[in-house]
Design a protein. Structure first.
Length: 46
């Protein structure tokens, strides 16, 4: 969904599409940080 909203914004310049992209990105960030922390812990254990 994030890529779709970015592509719509890039093609049309629609502000609402950018706001949707930005909102989705903010929702995804905590999950991405959690995955990075998990990967770092796995590497430390090995």
């Amino acid at each position: 969904m994030r890529d779709f909203s970015w592509n719509v914004f890039a093609m049309t310049g629609d502000v609402d599409a950018y706001l949707l992209y930005s909102h989705i990105r903010q929702l995804d960030e905590p999950m991405e940080l959690e995955l990075e922390e998990h990967e770092t812990l796995e590497q430390t254990v090995e």
